[in-house]
Design a protein around this ligand. Sequence first.
Ligand SMILES: Cc1ncc(COP(=O)(O)O)c(C=O)c1O
Length: 424
Amino acid sequence: MSKSYTELDKQYIWHPYSPLEYGDNIVVKSAQGVYLHTCDGRKILDAISSWWVNLHGHAHPHISKAVAHQAATMEHVIFAGFTHPPAIQLAHSLCNILPGDMKKIFFSDNGSTSVEVALKMAIQYHAIKKQHRHKIIALHGAYHGDTFGAMAVSERGIFNQHFHQYLFEVEYIPFPDAQKEDEILNILFTKLKNNSYAAFIYEPLLQGVSGMRTYSASWLDKAIHLCKEHDILCIADEVLTGFGRTGRLFASEYMNNKPDIICLSKGLTGGYMPMGATACNARVSDVFTFNGSKSIFYHGHSYTANPLSCAAANASLELLLEDSCQEKIQRITKWQREFFNEIRSHPKVNSAHTLGTILSLELKSEHATEYHNVLKTQIYNFFIERNILLRPLGNIMYILPPYAIEEKELKNIFHNIHAFLSKI
Ligand SMILES: Cc1ncc(COP(=O)(O)O)c(C=O)c1O
């Protein structure tokens, strides 16, 4: 190749959430543990787990070995009329560890498709029961992905602005800020009197894309309870919060009332392979069991339950369930909590949130919080110059590290956050 990777990348590749005319993308040649090694010799600390997917560090030998072994055994097989051990093992493990007595796992490709599947399951559930319930309830600020159904149940905003007229109507309730919890529960209660709702979808306890902001388990517990009383299916989108990020294996564990459907992706394969999974309890699966052909769920993807993805997920789950990993999650949680207590009242910080291994800081800004807030580039550049990958959401910076991170590496990020705040 006569041209450099950077030139060829610019010539041929259309990157997500990026203008076509963009500066140079950083070329990464390898990744190990919490570090990305670039072609120009830099070693960058991945403080956001490469878009929230990596759990145990990059190129983890246990997962790499499992994927290599699977690749040499069977790379892929049709998943209708056929099945295979890695998928069976994974579905079995997920049903064992997921909250809410989940009975069935439907595999797909990514977080957005896990949400599409959940929505279609919920709508068909009511159709089979001959209940005219079409509408979905969601929270303001929600983000559930970029496919059409997932966009429809997300907040209307910059990510879907060109598609609003194509999105189905959704009933939103306000984000349950601590001071308004009762009021918002009442709004939900009033809406529920109208029996037209099929499902309530939510990111449990922490909304990711809208700013890593948290809300209370007691509010969500009551909201799920209300929905269940009205025969509305509850869909927990745990695409981000699953697999230990919030300090427990799944955020839904913090509530007494459990969802009927859970969406999974991101950490599912430890960040190795694309995969989505939608789990449902017996309330849902029973309805699909006894209704003949009407109950066939006409949804599938060519790569459904891809064996390499299943092998990666099985290996990642083995690591996640080890005591050493659970202890590490608790240690990261403690370090983040200590820093949160130290930084939350900093004069440049408007609000701060932490839940489990995740910490976010909303910086004071003259502009309202928005994705392209001017601070976004400043934050990104400051940290990348110091070999730390933080990818802020507008004026909100957050740390969402792989569990392989060491205390000194996390403290280095904290130190640089202080340095950044004193500079702006
Ligand atoms: C809560 C949540 N749901 C769904 C998605 C969509 O996942 P994917 O990007 O894999 O389609 C995301 C992505 O950030 C997410 O945070």
